[in-house]
Ligand binder design. Structure first.
Ligand code: HEC
Ligand code: HEC
Length: 255
């Protein structure tokens, strides 16, 4: 008897549990399902944090400083900077960025002038992050990238030249004071510092004067071909242009 009573008490408990589960569980299930369908989180699209610009800034790729093999910081040209950095937004027009080559989008911006565009690209402007997010770009590099993008959009900006100390710009002239000195210090110094083998000594005006009578260019021409113990280009293996710069450096110090 007591067993039967215990059983029915168990049954009652079971029924109560099922009913309770129904009362609490079903609305909870419905509520969660609705939440799932509605996205779960209220989104205020008018809020400034949800603006296109703010989103662009949040989702902008990180680790920009890994540039291509185009050269050390400071020496990169507009094209290579564009292709490694700016393209991520300006290639497609992401977040309202004026698209590369889209003259209609760039026209009014170009009208602001190169200086303003460079300023905006350097310090940031609305959705445009400062330096396109690449903090290691030099001011000149940003200006080069702006010139490159602007010109593709119809401007006629002059891309600031890439200057690297001592380097010879393509088709340009080697600088005697930098590249010339560097070559002198590594090659010519072997004979011209001491006057070895009858070489006119660096800075010795008396030794140089007779050689420069026919003009500096003639003296350099002779040295380029070689004369007596002076080997062609003093044994220097670089370009004639660079040898010329080294000779100019030495002669400038010796007349
Ligand atoms: C994260 C995305 C993003 C990257 C990367 C980016 N830009 Fe922009 N840029 C924008 C957006 C967005 C605008 C439009 C801003 C506006 O006017 O609302 C813009 C505008 C500009 C403008 C026009 C500014 C003006 O005054 O109208 C220039 C110039 C510019 N970008 C240059 C660059 C250069 C150069 C790079 C690469 C070094 C670069 N951007 C990389 C998003 C980007
Ligand atoms: C191996 C020794 C040696 C080296 C290295 C050398 N020179 Fe000379 N150079 C000489 C000698 C010796 C003369 C004088 C030749 C003569 O007139 O008999 C001379 C002469 C010259 C002259 C004068 C030519 C003339 O018209 O009289 C120039 C200019 C010159 N060298 C430039 C250079 C430059 C620039 C370098 C380095 C790139 C260099 N030399 C490296 C030995 C050297």
């Amino acid at each position: 008897m007591s067993d039967t009573q215990g059983d029915s008490a168990q049954t009652v408990k079971g029924v109560i549990l099922v009913v309770l589960a129904g009362i609490v569980g079903i609305p909870l299930f419905v509520f969660l399902t609705l939440k799932l369908i509605s996205g779960g989180m209220p989104v205020d699209t008018a809020s400034p944090v949800m603006s296109k610009e703010a989103i662009a800034a949040r989702i902008q790729p990180v680790g920009y400083s890994k540039l291509d093999e185009s050269g050390p910081p400071g020496s990169r040209n507009g094209k290579s900077i564009f292709e490694s950095i700016c393209i991520s937004c300006h290639g497609t027009g992401l977040a309202g960025a004026p698209k590369f080559g889209d003259a209609a989008a760039w026209g009014p911006r170009i009208a602001q002038g190169f200086g303003t565009l460079v300023d905006h690209a350097t310090h940031g402007f609305k959705g445009m992050p400062a330096r396109g997010g690449a903090a290691d770009l030099t001011d000149d590099e940003v200006a080069r990238a702006v010139a490159y993008i602007g010109n593709a959009g119809g401007a006629k900006f002059t891309e600031p030249a890439v200057k690297v100390a001592g380097a010879v710009a393509a088709g340009g002239k080697a600088d005697p004071a930098t590249k010339g000195k560097e070559i002198y210090d590594s090659v010519c110094v072997a004979c011209h510092a001491s006057g070895a083998a009858g070489a006119p000594k660096f800075g010795d005006k008396a030794a140089w004067a007779p050689r420069l009578k026919g003009g500096v260019e003639d003296a350099i021409k002779i040295a380029t071909k070689g004369i007596n113990a002076m080997p062609p280009k003093g044994g220097y293996s670089g370009s004639d242009e660079e040898f010329h710069a080294a000779a100019e450096y030495m002669i400038n110090a010796s007349k």
